[in-house]
Design a protein around this ligand. Structure first.
Ligand code: NAD
Length: 515
């Protein structure tokens, strides 16, 4: 308990209140269903949070819309200045917030802190962007005319986020959305409400100090019902959804049925391909981190491993040695590499994956079970697995579904073309990684007949990304792009404005409309 209290009180989260308010729309409130924040390491209830009731939810969306009406008029560089102050406030609490991520989500401390750093990095990016969200002047075919392509703020952006990145995903969205002049309303995962409350306290503190309505960055905690109501609201102009393919499919259809905008960041089923000339001293640790890091619960985790036949047995024996050294531990403790899975539901995904491997006669080379000795029996600790399925058909369920757990499915190939075909044959298209030193392989991999994923790495693992490039995946991963690159263009509405400076009013294409 002392361990949790220290983390929570460093972030001004009361540890003595029976229940916490989980809604912020300029003021803190909450009278809906109770959410429990459970520590995945110890199983203890960290806090009980009052989520948004239906009327609080609707009021929060209304307030966000009101706040947007003023906020859109603030010049973009001044909005950028607010993002800069949020960046500073976050940086001052980086380690504390990172510890809360470890406490509540279960990822190890360096990854928890890394997640907050990602928020800081995208804030830096958005500050610069606030002076560079430029439109264009297009040459008109008509004399004395100009055409402008103008970006304006879009409105209210709802961010629905998954449990595994309880801080960074909101950060990517908030910073860009705010710089673009929108009000943002956040519906976090129901199992990580404390991270959402802590971040919202930091952000709202900055807004309030600047005399800006806190409803510019509102929070509505809750489960499926709250999520559905946000998605269905006609007052939400864009839904940026990060989560599973199954829920994303429903969200996509619902928003489409009212012709709203979506940005979907869904499941990944990411492959690493190891060529005969790969530097194994780099590739083996990268696959180890990719498949075991965050206990296999990153959207970019390495789930499929394709090994060239000439290095397969050496690669696997080196990977198995790393697995043998793996010990579970408290994610808050320095040196822990393997934290728990997030909750009972995450654990059931792992159990189902192991059961399926066993029933399909796959060879399980290592792992495949829970840690049942004290103190790990209290948390959701599992042994990361490496398996060789019997079937090589990538369309078979064993290969084609994302299993959000530390299970690595492995196969051996002869030719790069075959491995690329396997890489592309699954429904998802998030991240992919090729290990080679041969430029000709690189050319094939990043070219038209190469990987069809949104992230196509060379001698870099599948897992993790920097904020500078637009992040996202293709196919059933949803085609969304967040963070850097041109992702900001989705957070604005574009107008083509044709302006006539002349004394004539000609029609385009030379059309004449005189009798
Ligand atoms: P999830 O789909 O269960 O939940 C995501 C969010 O949707 C939560 O906030 C949840 O409360 C909400 N929700 C649930 N049902 C809803 C409904 N009917 N309508 C509206 N909202 C609803 O996902 P999860 O288990 O929290 O996260 C794991 C998944 O997220 C994995 O599939 C992972 O690959 C994916 N993910 C993808 C990315 C990416 O960038 N592509 C990043 C992180 C996680």
């Amino acid at each position: 308990r002392g361990r949790a209290s220290a983390v929570l009180s460093a972030l001004d989260i009361p540890t003595t209140s029976a229940e916490l308010d989980g809604v912020y729309d300029g003021a803190w409130k909450g009278s809906g269903d109770i959410l429990e924040s459970i520590c995945p390491t110890t199983g203890e209830v960290l806090a009980r949070v009052r989520s948004a009731s239906p009327s609080e939810l609707h009021a929060a969306i209304e307030k966000a819309r009101e706040a947007y009406k003023d906020f859109r008029l603030l010049p973009a560089p001044r909005r950028g200045e607010l993002v800069r102050q949020i960046r500073e406030a976050l940086a001052a609490k980086r380690d504390e917030l990172g510890a809360l991520v470890s406490l509540e989500m279960g990822k190890i401390r360096t990854e928890g802190v890394g997640e907050v750093q990602e928020f800081i990095d995208i804030a830096d990016y958005a500050v610069g962007l606030s002076r560079m969200m430029n439109g264009r002047v297009v040459a008109s075919e008509r004399p004395g005319h100009s055409i402008l392509e103008v970006p304006n703020p879009l409105g209210v952006i709802a961010v629905l986020s998954a449990f595994n990145f309880p801080v960074a995903v909101y950060g990517w969205n908030l910073c860009i959305s705010m710089a673009a002049g929108n009000a943002t309303i956040w519906k976090p995962s129901p199992s990580t409400p404390l991270c959402a409350i802590a971040v919202t306290k930091i952000v709202s503190g900055v807004l309030e100090r600047n005399g800006i309505s806190g409803a510019v960055a509102g929070l509505v905690t809750g489960g499926k019902d709250v999520g559905e109501a946000v998605v269905e609201s006609a007052d939400v102009d864009m839904v940026s959804f990060t989560g599973s393919e199954a829920v994303g499919r429903k969200v996509g259809k619902s928003v489409q049925s009212r012709f709203g905008k979506t940005l979907l960041e869904l499941g990944g089923n990411n492959a690493a391909i190891i060529m005969p000339d790969a530097d194994l001293s780099l590739a083996v640790p990268a696959v180890f981190f990719g498949s075991v890091g965050t206990a296999g619960q990153r959207c970019t985790s390495t789930r499929r491993l394709y090994l060239h036949k000439s290095i397969a047995s050496e690669f696997l024996s080196r990977l198995q040695s790393l697995h043998a050294s793996l010990k579970p531990g408290d994610p808050l403790e320095a040196g822990t590499l393997l934290g728990p899975m997030h909750n009972a539901q995450a654990l059931s995904i792992y159990d189902a994956a192991i059961a399926q491997l066993k029933s399909s006669d796959a060879e399980v080379l290592t792992g495949g079970g829970r840690f049942t000795d004290a103190p790990y029996d209290k948390g959701y600790f599992v042994r990361p697995a490496i398996a060789l399925p019997k079937t090589l058909d990538p369309r078979d369920e064993i290969w084609s579904q994302e299993r959000f757990a530390p299970v690595l499915y492995t196969a051996v190939f002869d030719e790069l073309e075959q491995a690329i075909e396997w890489n592309n044959a699954v429904p998802q298209g998030l991240s992919s990684s090729l290990w080679t030193r041969d430029l000709r392989n690189v050319g094939k991999w990043i070219g038209p007949a190469g990987s069809d994923a949104g992230i196509v790495n060379v001698n870099v693992g599948t897992s993790g990304a920097e904020i500078g490039a637009a992040f996202g995946g293709n196919k059933s991963t949803g085609w969304g792009r967040e963070s850097g690159g041109d992702a900001w263009k989705q957070y604005v509405r574009w107008s083509a404005c044709t302006i006539n400076f002349s004394d004539e009013a000609p029609l385009a294409q030379g059309v004449s409309f005189v009798s």
